[in-house]
Design a protein around this ligand. Structure first.
Ligand SMILES: [Zn+2]
Length: 312
């Protein structure tokens, strides 16, 4: 029997837990993240969900977590309640103590981008940038098959680019950041500001389909934010491909329109040809990426020499 990895995609809203064998997801569970943690970083519900997928021959646990991650700890998770995920949350150590296998905790969009670069829309490309648009904005960079996180493990934190049209306080504590518009909560907030009606981002998308003018305007605002993000990524990384995933990326025509506007506005003709494509692996991108990135990091000393983040 081939060994399995229990891989988790822990987003601020939703979590996917899968049992991964090689490039296949054998079984999976889709859960609400807030139900997996109790106050003060208590992980008892998470542990019981992992046990439901546990069988013989599990060789490790690999987690893509929506936050700033280093050395197996979640240093900051701006989109989570600090009651549930305290700062410097040692998730890897907590799980290792319980399951007695190796546990890797990584940034979720780093895993998404690695998954797409190895198995999905970024296959055979040298420089792949992944963007995930959900509760917040995540970014990942894979160059020549190796994830790049920068000196402080912060390369790809595009959600915190200043975005001039708004002055809402961001989860990071600053004002006017991109992900306060380009996200599910951002879309809902824009609509509520215009109409006084509270609702979810899904409800705003439905209202836009019925021709609701405020909903259409809110969608146009997040479209502009996405164009701003893609133009920034093109100029910063000059990638071979940009792969876009997450719930917001599934809004009908959002990516198509953003792609058209990017091509009209980008400064240099070669950048017009960079493919801007949806995720091929969908809900499996982060768990497949996490399962393979965990062993890649262990087996590749070059990764540690060149790219790993050392806490100072
Ligand atoms: Zn921010």
């Amino acid at each position: 029997m081939k060994p399995a990895i229990i891989a988790l995609d822990i987003g601020a809203t939703k979590t996917v837990i899968g049992r991964v064998v090689e490039d296949r997801v054998q079984a999976e569970r889709h859960l609400v993240t807030s139900a997996l943690f109790r106050r003060g970083g208590n992980i008892a519900p998470l542990v019981s969900e992992i046990r439901k997928l546990w069988k013989l021959h599990v060789k490790g646990i690999a987690i893509g977590f929506a936050g700033v991650v280093s050395d197996g700890a979640v240093l900051a998770a701006p989109n989570f309640s600090s009651d549930l995920i305290p700062p410097h949350f040692a998730l890897s150590r907590l799980l290792t103590d319980i399951f007695d296998v190796s546990v890797s905790v990584m940034n979720d969009t780093e895993c998404f981008t690695f998954g797409e670069a190895v198995f999905g829309a970024g296959r055979h490309k040298r420089c792949v940038v992944g963007l995930t648009l959900g509760t917040g904005v995540g970014g990942g960079i894979v160059i020549d098959g190796v994830p790049y996180r920068g000196t402080h493990a912060l390369a790809g934190e595009f959600g915190h680019l200043p975005f001039p049209s708004e002055k809402i306080k961001c989860g990071c504590g600053q004002l006017g950041h991109l992900e306060n518009i380009l996200s599910g909560p951002g879309l809902a907030r824009l609509y509520a500001l215009a109409t006084g009606r509270e609702g979810t981002s899904e409800e705003v998308v439905k209202a836009a389909r019925r021709g609701d003018v405020s909903a259409l305007e809110a969608l146009r605002a997040i479209e502009e934010a996405l164009v701003h993000l893609i133009l920034t990524v093109l100029l910063a990384w000059d990638p071979d491909v940009i792969v876009v995933g997450g719930g917001i990326a599934k809004i009908p025509r959002l990516l198509v329109t953003a792609r058209r506007l990017v091509r009209q506005r980008v400064a240099f003709p070669p950048l017009r040809r960079v493919p801007i494509v949806p995720s091929l692996l969908h809900d499996h991108a982060v768990i497949l990426g996490a399962a393979h990135l965990a062993s890649f990091k262990k087996e590749t000393p070059r990764y540690h020499r060149l790219f790993s983040f050392k806490r100072r």
